[in-house]
Write a protein that binds this ligand. Structure first.
Ligand code: IMP
Ligand code: MG
Length: 179
């Protein structure tokens, strides 16, 4: 285990099982629809890669990126879009893929912005949910697993851009981000 990790919260095996279970459910729910999967960069890339291989339907894949001012472990409500989707959403049933729903500010902003663009529907799948931290009025349609109010990294999630490539989700030692 990485020396900066206090404990593992979600193992590689559990991550794989989550993608399989959610991918199979999404396959059933979106059958016959024109599916557009949109990953929220950068945190969702590992989850999107695993999840999409269990979505047994024709689909397009696109990405969007937002940045939020705030300190290093907490987002503020001030969001800017740094990379927009390439596709016209008209006629598509959109599935937004997030790494973690924390305050919900980022996803709420993205959801509201995309809602003006004539998609058939917009759904949300998040790998991790911290429901105790929610501020914005947004709920995921599909949740991998709820996590406690601790700062987690790995499998796409970062602290100061590091730790994304850990193959598991772990709790970061407080000493790494506190003096
Ligand atoms: P929100 O706007 O507060 O919901 O948080 C949005 C983004 O902050 C998430 O998509 C993550 O990229 C990041 N974030 C929130 N909590 C954590 C965490 O525990 N570890 C790593 N990134 C996090
Ligand atoms: Mg994110």
């Amino acid at each position: 285990m990485n020396k900066d990790i206090e404990r593992i919260l979600v193992t590689e095996e559990e991550l794989h099982a989550i993608s399989k279970k959610l991918g199979e459910k999404i396959t059933r729910d979106f059958a016959g629809k024109k599916l557009l999967v949109i990953g929220v960069l950068k945190g969702s890339i590992y989850f999107l890669t695993d999840l999409s291989r269990y979505i047994d339907l024709p689909c397009h894949i696109d990405f969007i990126q937002a940045s939020s001012y705030g300190d290093s472990t907490e987002s503020s409500g001030v969001i800017t879009i740094t990379k927009d989707v390439d596709k016209d959403l008209s006629g598509f049933d959109v599935l937004l893929v997030e790494d973690i729903l924390d305050t919900g500010n980022t996803l709420k902003y993205i959801h509201d912005m995309l809602s003006t663009r004539n998609a058939e529907s917009i759904s949300v799948v998040t790998l991790l949910d911290k429901p105790s931290r929610r501020k914005a009025n947004i709920k995921a349609d599909y949740v991998g697993v709820d996590v406690p109010n601790e700062f987690v990294v790995g499998y796409g999630l970062d602290f100061n851009q590091y730790y994304r490539n850990l193959p598991y989700i772990g709790v970061l030692k407080r000493s790494v981000y506190e003096d």
